[in-house]
Design a protein around this ligand. Structure first.
Ligand code: AMP
Length: 405
């Protein structure tokens, strides 16, 4: 029997998301989520996509190892368990691959040690990702585990984009540079955008705007990332749901000196209490638009700041690329908020950018063009699919390694 299934695991600090895919046709067999791991009220929600059945269980799940065991049991009830000979590999989302990982990697002890070495760069995420890998490995030691890094797609950035203009020896000592995140999404969406244009990725320059609760932009030239808005951490760049994006770094010094704020307090302020929620108390774009439509000034200002920053990045990446074939909007806000897409390109007709009001307002599931016919730059909505991208990269690597043995 050929093994064609890939289990994709995304281990967060207190959650475990998973999808089981069959790579013969990229179909989903099962999906689910364990939330509030480590609390007494943990919840496992499991959906078998072949039948549409959803099962929910609540009760304490002590740690990630227990969570994955519970998931394996749920999968096993439908013959989809970790012990199935049809399972080819487990693909793990790993947030930080530093400069070391330019591609996905089959996990061995050296790869685990390197991900561990990168923990100081992603203190919340990499430890959770590591736990997921170690647990899956202990349950099926013979099965290939593949680490797919959020940063890998951005490792093609030239030094001129990846380096901060700070003292080189200090930067090197602490590995301070711009790594970028959401890489699997930017990779997938830029490729899908080329497909939508009927061209090869090598022939297309795209600005990808991944606008979810976290948000990032990237400039992709011929399939390779040449700049992205997130930096050492996911805090830099666009205005996000709860993150500030770009601020003068002296704001942090000012808060420490004048406000007496500790490092942790400033971290919480900029990552959790800023962005849209800090500006208007809401981080859900639906709610913000509803308030704007009712004439709420605070929500209006938050929206305007969000759009202003977005526009600045569109302009910057236009200049970085020189020629832009398409701008792709993706993730929760990018795929659903027509008002954001409209406002982001408003007034940029001189750059060949515009949306067609009817196409932009229309709803649709797949990738679609929302710019007027014959527009110099295609504006598109391209739904992201990070799980599929992780599964595809995992399967490609495992298939390739099988060929070698
Ligand atoms: P993500 O992080 O990609 O799951 O995106 C989540 C965000 O997408 C939410 O916080 C909302 O702000 C936004 N969102 C989801 N659905 C809609 C919608 N129909 N209209 C506007 N924004 C939406």
């Amino acid at each position: 029997m050929t093994a064609t299934r890939v289990l994709v695991l995304n281990s967060g600090s207190s959650s475990l998301k998973y999808q089981l895919l069959d790579m013969r046709d990229s179909s989903r067999l099962a999906t689910g989520l364990v939330e509030r791991i480590g609390e007494r009220t943990s919840r496992l929600k499991h959906t078998v996509l072949t039948t549409g059945e959803t099962r929910e269980t609540t009760g304490p799940v002590t740690d990630h190892a227990a969570a994955l065991k519970a998931v394996a049991e749920e999968l096993g009830r439908d013959g989809l368990g970790l012990d199935s000979p049809e399972l080819a590999a487990v693909g793990h989302r790993v947030v930080h691959g530093g400069s070391s990982f330019t591609e996905p990697a089959i996990v061995d002890d050296a790869v685990l040690a390197e991900i561990e070495r990168l923990v100081p760069l992603a203190p919340l995420h990499n430890p959770a990702n590591l736990t997921g890998i170690r647990t899956a490995r202990s349950l099926r030691p013979d099965l290939p585990q593949v680490a797919v890094f959020d940063t890998a797609f951005h490792t093609t950035m030239p030094e001129s984009a990846a380096r901060y203009a700070i003292d080189v020896s200090t930067a090197d000592e602490y590995r301070i540079r711009r790594y970028g995140f959401h890489g699997t999404s930017h990779a997938y969406v830029s490729r899908e955008t080329a497909k939508l244009l009927g061209k090869a990725p090598e022939d297309v320059n795209v600005i990808v705007l991944h606008l979810g609760n976290g948000a990032s932009a990237s400039a992709v030239r011929g399939g390779r990332c040449v700049d992205t808005s997130m930096g050492l951490t996911p805090l830099e760049g666009l205005v996000m749901g709860t993150r500030s994006g770009d601020v003068d770094p002296a704001v942090i010094l000012h808060l420490a000196r004048v406000g007496g704020m500790s490092t942790d307090e400033t971290d919480t302020l900029l990552n959790k209490k800023s962005g849209l929620i800090g500006l208007c108390g809401d981080n859900d774009m639906r709610e913000i638009r509803r308030r704007v439509d009712e004439g709420d000034e605070q929500a209006r200002l938050a929206f305007d700041i969000y759009i202003h920053r977005l526009k600045k990045y569109i302009g910057a990446y236009y200049a970085v690329l020189g020629r832009v074939d398409a701008i792709a909007f993706t993730a929760g806000v990018g795929e659903n908020a027509a008002a954001v897409r409209e406002a982001a390109v408003a007034g940029l007709e001189e750059l060949g950018l515009a949306v067609d009001a009817g196409l932009n307002a229309a709803r649709g599931d797949g990738a679609r063009i929302v710019s007027p016919e014959g527009a110099r730059v295609t504006v598109a909505v391209v739904p992201t699919d990070e799980e599929l991208e992780i599964a595809t990269q995992t399967y490609a690597l495992v298939g390739a390694s099988h060929d070698l043995t």
